[in-house]
Ligand binder design. Structure first.
Ligand code: FPP
Length: 243
């Protein structure tokens, strides 16, 4: 049973309380393929189960009170995977968009798709454009990174600024030209699956993020694990280079 519970009558006394220090959590959702292989199933099955975990974790993070959640769903490098696997992930994305078009009322957040979306099919892009118009009354943001790479994002930001005629840019200019302008920098970046790297995810935004690595494979992640991340965050001292 996760600590957070919307019903104050049954909420545990130690319910995680987020404050202005922990507003944005980001996930590198790694380990879907291994999770499926361990069960003698094709990797695509791992992505399917991983997408159910993604929905559960994002809804929980929103309920707990994160102002922004960012997930790495498909990187600029993921196109190198076998076509069947890429097609399966795009199929999962398509089903998710269809579900959001129908059931967006169940979500209490806006949706943003970040990355170079120009390579997606026109049908997917049209659904994304529509889904981004939904739930405007909510403050919380779910960023789904698709065909995303941190270096590509920074390059894109510089080109945007150059096209605006800027010759000397500030850090603020760059932050404001990134895809994450609405949600800001993550306070914590979580990577499941045991690898200790950030794989071109939110490179600029990660400057002061707390990093959290777990051996758990993404499909196994639970709301209780999110509770543990919150406890861990508040046990750390963030000094931003000061004392
Ligand atoms: C990394 O695991 C995961 C991905 C490349 C895809 C993540 C996709 C989902 C969770 C579902 C899709 C969700 C949306 C919104 C489209 P991996 O395959 O690299 O795992 P491995 O390290 O075990 O091989």
């Amino acid at each position: 049973m996760p600590l957070f519970n919307k019903d104050p009558k049954t909420a545990a006394p130690e319910t995680p309380r987020l404050d202005e220090h922990f507003k944005h959590i980001a996930f590198i959702m790694d380990g879907n393929g291994r999770w499926a292989k361990k069960r003698g199933m094709p990797r695509e099955y791992g992505h399917k189960v991983g997408s159910a975990t993604f929905k559960k974790i994002c809804i929980y993070c929103c309920d707990v009170g994160f102002k922004a959640v960012t997930v790495y769903a498909f990187s600029t490098e993921n196109w190198k995977r076998p076509k069947a696997e890429v097609d399966a992930i795009m199929g999962i994305l398509d089903s998710y968009l269809e579900e959001l078009k129908r059931d967006y009322g169940q979500y209490h957040n806006r949706f943003r798709f970040i990355g170079d979306l120009s390579v997606l099919t026109p049908a997917l892009r049209e659904k994304i454009t529509y889904v981004e118009t939904l739930n405007q009354e909510y403050d919380q943001i779910l960023n789904i990174a698709l065909n995303y790479g941190g270096r590509a994002e920074i390059t894109h930001a510089f080109n945007t600024l150059a096209a605006e005629g800027k010759t000397a840019v500030t850090e603020e200019d760059i932050s404001n030209a990134l895809y994450t302008v609405e949600s800001g920098d993550p306070d914590m970046i979580v990577r499941t699956g045991g690898d200790l790297r950030i794989s071109n995810f939110l490179l600029w935004q990660a400057a002061y993020a707390e990093l959290y690595f777990t051996d758990k494979l993404w499909p196994d992640l639970t709301p209780e694990d999110v509770d543990e991340m919150i406890r861990d965050f508040y046990s750390r001292k963030r000094r931003y280079g000061g004392l």
